[in-house]
Write a protein that binds this ligand. Structure first.
Ligand code: URA
Ligand code: SF4
Length: 233
């Protein structure tokens, strides 16, 4: 699948489109019914203008994809809204769904340890979010249509936080943020660009718990992140 096909399947356009909501065409202005025919664009534009309280409310009440039906609660994110570091995971698991905070289960313990390894702490100059805000049933991987439906929320979080560095944890987060097909093995160890913000890709902590040998590579990635952030200051 090439980049264009993937974007199409995910329902994603270039990031900058989200930053500059398209001006209403004359036809749309003249015929309000035309807006009803473009609910996705209208929703994206509305989310792109939200402040934090509006965003939190919109996420809590969102029914834009099938994941809303099985969640206990949506999980917006946690941390410092002026953070230099933004970590993005895949989606809430059972404990996150229960508690309303990202990465509070087993994978979260490892993430906290990874943060500590580079002198960081949850909530202090760090914000943690997910590609989808509602738990995929049975912790399955979110479908491209689900990450696409949830993307405007993450895009708005990025705009509000304006982090210096984004870290994508695992493939779904990396693909959502980079809007292209990604393998972690090939994408790690380089600085990518996410709408002008440097982005580094690494393994998801839940993957590391199952694949201990790759922890050494994750350590290399942590060192690379720290070095990259130092070069950005
Ligand atoms: N895994 C994730 O990707 N996110 C969480 O919040 C928890 C586990
Ligand atoms: Fe809405 Fe995202 Fe939850 Fe889907 S996962 S219902 S898009 S908040």
């Amino acid at each position: 699948m090439n980049r264009e096909q993937l974007l199409k399947e995910m329902g994603l356009g270039p990031l900058w489109k989200l930053r500059q909501p398209a001006k209403k065409s004359r036809a749309a202005a003249a015929a309000p019914a035309a807006e009803a025919a473009m609910p996705v664009d209208a929703r994206t534009a509305a989310i792109a203008a939200m402040d934090w309280p509006a965003l939190a409310r919109a996420v809590a009440e969102c029914t834009a994809c099938p994941l809303h039906a099985t969640r206990k609660q949506a999980v917006l994110g946690v941390g410092d809204i002026h953070a230099e570091w933004l970590f993005v995971g895949e989606g809430p698991g059972a404990e996150e769904d229960e508690r309303g905070e990202p990465f509070v289960g087993q994978a979260g313990k490892l993430l906290d340890a990874m943060l500590a390894a580079i002198g960081l702490k949850r909530g202090e100059n760090v914000y943690i979010a997910n590609a989808v805000k509602c738990r995929p049933p049975g912790n399955r991987t979110p479908e491209p249509a689900e990450t696409a439906a949830c993307w405007p929320f993450l895009a708005r979080q990025i705009e509000l936080i304006r982090p210096k560095l984004i870290v994508a944890l695992g493939k779904p987060a990396a693909q959502t943020l980079l809007q292209q097909e990604v393998t972690i093995a090939r994408a790690r160890g380089r600085v990518h660009d996410c709408a002008g913000i440097p982005l580094i890709v690494t393994y998801h902590p839940a993957y590391l718990l199952r694949n201990l040998p790759d922890k050494a590579k994750a350590w290399e990635d942590l060192c690379f992140m720290r070095k990259t952030m130092a070069s950005l200051r």
